[in-house]
Design a protein around this ligand. Structure first.
Ligand SMILES: NC(=O)c1ccc[n+]([C@@H]2O[C@H](COP(=O)([O-])OP(=O)(O)OC[C@H]3O[C@@H](n4cnc5c(N)ncnc54)[C@H](OP(=O)(O)O)[C@@H]3O)[C@@H](O)[C@H]2O)c1
Length: 297
């Protein structure tokens, strides 16, 4: 791991391998870098991640940089990652691909740094910012154009290369080669779906935030089991594996109704459990909760 630019690596290596800089390398940025490093190291994968030779993560604070270095340091290929604090311009100048992953309200401050707009011009800019439209970013980048901005919504499961990532289908002409690069980044860390602009924000709740919603459901299942005497650890592993199994089954059969009725036999305890959930307004709570989330973001 190279920290704070201990070496100069601004020039693309021979063979035109790409350099990806994460501008705002927090929870999600680190998950994406971690997943990409694992993908490159995984000889059984299609190795598309090896399109990239080098990665740079940019943060503001030194302690954040140290924490990310520690987190990524366990990867065999961690030497391909450089973590910079307070050096966004340097990070952007070295790269041809930018992943914008700061907090949604921070992008103007980042663009406003002297020299930043020039450094970003001509580069692929992939934004994962919730609720910030591509047109807003283009407007903030300013006159003259020459920016290739595309929007994506992954989730934190990039860490385990199992994200459901939605990419916004470009509204205007967009170079095929850059679309392929974007696709490759997210295929390294999970599954990719393409969605048109008008419904893109729906996917913030459905894909981006849903791991947090599902974690609450797991926590509730664990609490219930612990209250009835199971150990916390046993209950957690059983609940998480059950959620994964149910998801795999649903993806296989593609029909929630069938799965529900296969489990809930007449007069059985599952049916009683389902009715209790309905009493708690489970469907409305989850669907309205998701809509409220979209209104806020
Ligand atoms: N977390 C998710 O699961 C998830 C899912 C989908 C989409 N998103 C989107 O992804 C983005 C990041 O979310 P997150 O959860 O990863 O947030 P986060 O953990 O707070 O990370 C944001 C990072 O941006 C850095 N940053 C802020 N201003 C900066 C600046 N001027 N220069 C350099 N770095 C700067 C912060 O650095 P410091 O720590 O040094 O301040 C921090 O590392 C958000 O826009 C969010 O909407 C997140």
């Amino acid at each position: 791991m190279v920290k704070n630019g201990e070496h100069e690596s601004g020039i693309l290596p021979a063979g035109s391998k790409r350099i990806l800089t994460v501008l705002g390398c927090g929870a999600l940025g680190t998950a994406i870098l971690s997943g990409m490093l694992a993908s490159i190291a995984d000889l059984t994968a299609d190795n598309s991640g090896s399109l990239f030779a080098h990665f740079v993560g940019c943060v503001r604070r030194k302690d954040a940089a140290t924490a990310i270095s520690d987190r990524l340091g366990s990867h065999a290929n961690a030497a391909n990652v450089e973590i910079l604090d307070g050096q966004n311009l340097r990070g952007v100048k070295q790269a041809d691909t930018i992943l914008l992953a700061c907090q949604p309200h921070m992008y103007t401050a980042i663009f406003d740094e002297p020299g930043m707009r020039e450094a970003l011009r001509g580069k692929l800019i992939i934004s994962v910012l919730a609720s910030v439209a591509t047109t807003q970013l283009e407007l903030a980048l300013g006159d003259g154009g020459g920016y290739f901005v595309i929007r994506a919504m992954p989730n934190i499961a990039c860490f385990v290369r199992d994200s459901a990532t939605v990419i916004e289908s470009p509204q205007r002409a967009f170079p095929d080669a850059l679309l392929r690069v974007t696709d490759t980044v997210f295929r390294c860390v999970g599954r990719v779906f393409y969605i048109k602009t008008p419904v893109f924000d729906v996917c913030t709740a459905l894909c981006g935030s849903a791991p947090a919603f599902l974690a609450v459901i797991i926590e509730s299942m664990v609490d219930g089991a612990v209250a009835m005497g199971l150990s916390h650890q046993d209950a957690f592993h059983m609940a998480a594996h059950t959620m994964r199994g149910a998801a795999n089954l649903l993806l296989d059969s593609r029909n929630p109704w069938t799965v529900r009725h296969q489990v809930a036999s007449p007069g059985g305890s599952t049916m009683q459990g389902l009715l209790t959930l309905e009493q708690g307004n489970v469907r409305l709570t989850i669907s309205v909760g998701r809509q409220a989330h979209n209104d806020i973001t």
